[in-house]
Design a protein around this ligand. Structure first.
Ligand SMILES: C[C@H](O)[C@H](O)[C@H]1CNC2=NC(N)=NC(=O)C2=N1
Length: 95
């Protein structure tokens, strides 16, 4: 696991549409058809999240899920965050 410089984060985000850097985290707001679809996304992501043992800060309001990824143990963005973002993209695309 490695921490990223700002330039490395920018490079990694070019493969992650809708994601942006925000301080010590990367963030994205997903929008779904309705509340159930948003919860379905969170439930389907739960398995991969547990397998990775790397957990998002996320908030659901109606059809939106705001996701914030940061590696709490080091207080920075690491490859674990960009890997989890990639997994969440895959789960959201399968919606
Ligand atoms: C003990 C366990 O591996 C850690 O608490 C994991 C769990 N999930 C985690 N998730 C995130 N985002 N950052 C962490 O540092 C972290 N640590």
């Amino acid at each position: 696991m490695s921490t990223f410089t700002d330039d490395e984060i920018t490079a990694a985000l070019s493969d992650l549409p809708g994601w942006s850097a925000d301080g010590d985290a990367i963030t994205k707001t997903y929008e779904f058809a309705d509340f159930r679809a948003a919860l379905d996304f969170m439930n389907r992501a739960a398995g991969p999240i547990e397998e990775m043992d790397h957990h998002p800060e996320w908030t659901n309001v109606y059809n939106r899920v705001e996701v914030r990824l940061s590696s709490h143990d080091v207080g920075e963005v690491t490859s674990r965050d960009t890997r989890l973002a990639t997994v969440l993209e895959r789960v959201a695309d399968a919606s």
